[in-house]
Design a protein around this ligand. Structure first.
Ligand SMILES: Cc1ncc(COP(=O)(O)O)c(C=O)c1O
Length: 389
């Protein structure tokens, strides 16, 4: 089984493995933090990259029609989207796409709404671009995050608010938003003339029983107000090759985004990213199925472990993503100390909940895209931290 293989990623410039010392103060601890996988890449992707290196000159390149076709095919097959080439724009990463969207569709001082908690860089990029961040706290019902629409509506009504950035599905909670939730949210955005940015980088990593929907597929009218961000890099473990795409139907939004990409030269994307994305979408669909199977086994292992050994620790069962979000408040450790506490006591690197927003303060996030043996090691390290209390 390819996913069982232990791969030594040290000294490869891996953020996850080689930045442990600078970020956690100890390079011997087990990294289960930043969201890339300790799995080898799909063979068809590696072969396509090798073929490119062997046969091509690595000069200036542009997105070929075969890349557009691969994306159009993937989005139709997996997300029910109908796209043309003109509706696809490229940038090096989903985060560059978030930054470009902020710059193209808002002005300094404008308001941007995000959830609390949510993927850390949304707030960071809004703030770096001198926009006002409004956080709408997620509530918890039946162990899962829910949007609070009365709160969202009161924020969207503020005249300075221009953009809502949604993690769809939700990182860090792993929630797959329902059709009703997405419809309510999109309707509220449109009613208040706010563009909805749907970041769908995790949308191909969804567990059985759930369906991650793209707002643009729910109503034709939504296409005017929604910008979708996606990439093959999360699903196929290609974060280092840097390629993402922006899907935009409305010509006036597309024009603004295109202009911003051109102004920054961010539309000049990397040939390895294009090659890997095309191969992944065209030739690695089976690999993704096997990956999901493996990840869902890991997810069950974690749940069984927590239920047996840590029955008082609450957690969110991920409906998507390979991220496990659990409540560490039993430890009575200050939110700002949790990361170093887990590193010192458990010798494990996790993401601390507070970095996702004040509402995440009680939580820790574990990346479980690792071989089973590593997962068991990580779970015992987490148990050690709770046992040491
Ligand atoms: C919701 C979300 N958006 C964007 C990114 C980063 O995307 P990229 O590496 O393409 O910039 C991540 C990475 O974990 C993510 O979770």
């Amino acid at each position: 089984m390819t996913f069982e293989k232990i791969i030594n990623r040290k000294q490869t410039g891996s953020v996850k493995w080689d930045m442990l010392d600078s970020l956690f103060g100890d390079d011997t601890i087990l990294p289960m933090w930043i969201a890339d996988m300790d799995f080898d890449n799909p063979l068809p992707v590696k072969n396509a990259l090798k073929k490119m290196i062997d046969n091509e000159v690595l000069g200036y390149t542009f997105p070929k029609s075969s890349l557009y076709s691969a994306i159009i095919h993937w989005q139709a097959e997996h997300h029910g989207m109908r796209l043309t080439e003109e509706q696809i724009l490229f940038s090096p990463g989903v985060l560059s796409s978030v930054a470009v969207t902020i710059q193209a569709l808002t002005e300094p001082g404008d308001g941007i709404v995000i959830h609390d908690p949510v993927y850390t860089p949304f707030a960071m990029l809004a703030e770096r671009n001198h926009r006002q961040v409004y956080r709408s706290a997620l509530t918890i019902e039946e162990g899962q995050y829910r949007m609070c629409f009365t709160d969202i509506e009161s924020i969207l009504k503020k005249p300075d608010v221009k953009l809502f950035i949604l993690s769809n599905p939700h990182n860090p909670g792993g929630r797959v938003w329902t059709r009703e939730e997405l419809i309510t949210l999109t309707d509220l955005c449109i009613k208040n003339e706010v563009v909805l940015v749907s970041d769908e980088i995790h949308s191909d990593l969804v567990y059985e029983g759930y369906d991650c929907l793209s707002p643009v597929t729910l109503d034709d009218h939504y296409k005017k107000w929604v910008v979708t961000l996606h990439s093959a890099t999360k699903t196929f473990n290609l974060a280092g090759v840097k390629l993402s795409f922006i899907l935009v139907y409305d010509p006036s939004l597309a024009k603004k985004l295109k202009m911003s990409l051109e102004e920054t030269e961010l539309d000049a994307v990397n040939s390895f990213g294009m090659c890997a994305t095309e191969a992944a979408f065209l030739e690695a669909a089976d690999w993704r199925e096997e990956l999901l199977h493996y990840l869902s086994h890991n997810r069950q292992t974690i749940i069984d472990f927590f239920d047996l050994h840590l029955p008082n620790v609450s957690y969110m069962k991920p409906e998507a993503t390979y991220l496990f979000w659990f409540d560490a408040s039993l430890l009575n450790v200050d939110a700002t100390e949790l990361k170093s506490h887990f590193a010192e006591v458990g010798k494990i690197a996790l993401n601390d909940g507070i970095s996702y927003g004040p509402n995440g303060r009680a939580y820790m996030r574990m990346n479980f895209a690792v071989p089973q043996s590593v997962l068991m090691d990580g779970l015992h390290r987490i148990k050690k931290v709770f046992d040491s209390k």
